[in-house]
Design a binder for this molecule. Sequence first.
Ligand code: NAD
Length: 252
Amino acid sequence: MSKNVFDDLKNKVVVVTGGTRGIGFATVKAFLQQGSKVVMLGSRKETVDKALHELSEYKDTVMGRYIDLNDLSACIDLLKEVLQEWGSVDVLINNAGVSDSKHFYSYEDADFDRVMNINLRSVFLMSKAAAEVMKKQKKGVILNTSSMVSIYGQPAGVAYPTSKFAVNGMTKSLARELGKDGIRVNAVAPGIIATDMVKALDPNMISAMAKGVPVQRLGEPEDIANAFLFLASDMASYISGAVLSVDGAYVL
Ligand code: NAD
């Protein structure tokens, strides 16, 4: 009988930040479908409860929590709870993020901090908490959601591309530093993904956007989830420090 390529993900414990909607929710679902145990993190009780309700068929293998990702002790306490409940932390996916399109001349320092705190500082804190656990396990995978703007920049909302360039830097640096502890670190850089926000746009606008993508469609959240499945699995056991573009060859 042929082996499912992602068999090793069964029973793996996967923590996903920003897991309640969009790319994160598709990722949570994809791992649950592979038999993983998933800790789905969101920013508010209501959104976590709503997402848990949608995943009720997986109620024994999904837990939902809302913590302040900018508080190191909250990150450490969460992973302690996960260890008590499920015995390991095998994969961390730092996906929570906010975008921005405000112009530079009206950009306030608070705008900069808001974006950097969630898109970058939280990646540092959650990775720090998880690496302590993974080092003891001698095995673990950290995956980050970057963006195509981490390659091209963006003509507004300066903190957003800045944070994603930094996520790539952290990915490559931690891959080099943590490899000896059995920890792989990679990032996925999505192009234009049809999350609910994009799907709510005028259909003509969506089809014009799709025509600009060489593969002639926008990305789906599942396209990114599939990349995460691959990078988390043993199929990618020699891949670390990579930033994988999943953008249909789109160039901004
Ligand atoms: P989304 O807005 O649908 O989801 C963002 C998630 O992050 C939500 O679950 C939200 O709860 C969480 N989050 C936001 N602020 C938070 C906070 N302060 N504390 C805790 N959680 C918080 O967005 P999405 O499009 O699914 O984006 C997910 C990731 O993908 C982000 O890192 C984003 O930068 C990246 N990305 C998205 C696209 C795209 O086209 N959608 C393209 C490139 C990169």
